[in-house]
Design a protein around this ligand. Structure first.
Ligand code: PLP
Length: 434
């Protein structure tokens, strides 16, 4: 036998091979089980998505695209990427070309930027403090360092898109690209109107539907297709897939977009993640996904109403989407204080700037709630009412440790009756409680 002594660790389970790391994952499984997740950008993946993402596909280099790879041995990899591409195009009627390789939403955005612009070029986007995203021109992000942003926002009286500001920004900046899409906007976005404004001045419309792509896929939010020239999204928010991104272009700009992703911005694609994206798209094409999305929106409306009844200042008076933006000033706290009080009872949300914000982004006057994750676990109207009540109680008792501990017990009792999807999640958590 000429076989050398192969490293026995290579066949061990994670728990055997790395108990320290394994313990951290188990703790996180317990946290996920016992807390109610209301961060609008988070969700729980299916067991099948995680199985694909944890698969042997991670072993393969596949620079290039199906049929045009730089490495040998890519025939099955091509099947994987083609499945993801076909399903993505099926999911969004009117889409013409998709690239499923971006590693994240921000990576999809920089690929779209470099497909449509050269360094220094002007673009117009929603400002971060009015609901936009870091990757839409923040001075600390490459989008703001290498390109030249002009911002629009929302009206301070009603929290809705300030169309006059959009038009003014486009007229004065003469941008190459107008971006529509936000991280903290609870109402429908009128993509047709954005497209009219962009195209009238010779700009391209880029829609970043990172938050709402699941709602669009389910037909419950107007689609950016065919109005937008470029569309980007994450795959892990409402779409409920693995952490990742994708980008769409018109057929005429397909080669430009693909070159911008690879070799422009990335090296080898994460084929295990692309496989998991394909699984998520298959799920999203099924009627059960539409039912899930309908329930997510219904839960958001119930939660918005219940929070308003508890004294939260619900921005725009409600929501058309999965997220709710609230002014917590009427409750006598800052966004930071409210978030910390809720964290102490196991309800996870984030602080958020609100229209006309007077406090710093580290403090804020508002909070953001979202229902995709809780809805995935099966929570409904009754649970939303309880969450609103617990929220206001936790804020009122924020300096009373015994009071907070009492609420935390109620929260975790409820959370445990709605298991995180997947036998693996349940088993990990059971292991951790032993
Ligand atoms: C979440 C989000 C992104 C970024 O996604 P990452 O995967 O975190 O890079 C981009 N744009 C918008 C509007 C988002 O909400």
């Amino acid at each position: 036998m000429s076989q050398h002594a192969r490293d026995p660790q290579m066949d061990m389970s994670l728990r055997e091979a790395d108990p320290e790391l394994s313990a951290a994952i188990t703790s996180e499984a317990l946290r996920q089980r016992d807390h109610i997740e209301l961060i609008a950008s988070e969700n729980y993946t299916s067991a099948a998505v995680r199985e694909a993402q944890g698969s042997i596909l991670t072993n393969k280099y596949a620079e290039g695209y199906p049929g045009k790879r730089y490495y040998a041995g890519c025939e099955f990899i091509d099947d994987v990427e083609n499945l993801a591409r076909t399903r993505a195009l099926q999911l969004f009627a009117g889409s013409e070309h998709v690239n499923v390789q971006p590693h994240s939403g921000a990576s999809a955005n920089i690929a779209a930027f470099t497909a449509a612009m050269s360094p220094g070029d002007a673009f117009v986007a929603m400002s971060l403090d009015q609901g936009g995203h870091l990757s839409h021109g923040s001075p600390v992000n490459i989008s703001g360092k290498w390109f030249t942003p002009t911002f629009y926002g929302v009206r301070s009286d009603d929290g809705l898109i300030d169309w006059d500001a959009v038009e003014r920004a486009v007229e004065t900046a003469k941008p190459k690209v107008l971006i529509a899409g936000a991280s903290a906007y609870p109402r429908l976005l009128d993509f047709e109107r954005f497209a009219r404004i962009a195209h009238a001045s010779g700009a391209q419309l880029m829609v970043d539907m990172a938050h709402i792509s699941g709602i669009v896929a389910a037909g419950l939010h107007p689609s950016p297709f065919p109005h937008a020239d470029l569309v980007t999204t994450t795959t892990h928010k409402t779409l409920r897939g693995p952490r990742g991104g994708m980008a769409f272009a018109r057929a005429s700009a397909a080669a430009t977009l693909d070159k911008s992703v690879f070799p422009g911005n990335q090296g080898g694609p994460l084929m295990h993640v692309i496989a998991a994206k394909a699984v998520a798209f298959k799920f999203a094409l099924e009627p059960a996904f539409r039912t899930y999305m309908e329930q997510t929106l219904a839960n958001a409306q119930t939660l918005a109403g219940a929070l308003a009844a508890c004294g939260f200042g619900v921005i725009t008076g409600g929501t058309d989407t999965h997220l709710i933006l609230c002014d917590v000033t009427p409750l006598g706290v800052t966004g930071k204080e409210a978030t910390l009080a809720l964290e102490a009872v196991g309800i996870t949300i984030n602080k958020n700037s609100i229209p006309g914000e007077t406090r710093s982004p580290m403090v804020t006057s508002g909070v953001r709630y979202g229902t995709p994750a809780a809805t995935t676990r099966g929570m409904g109207a009754r649970e939303m009412e309880k969450i609103a009540q617990w929220s206001v109680d936790a804020i009122a008792r924020r300096d009373d440790p015994a009071g907070l501990a009492h609420i935390a017990r109620e929260v975790s009792e409820l959370a445990r009756t709605f298991p995180v999807p997947g036998r693996d999640a349940t088993m990990l958590a059971e292991e951790g409680s032993r």
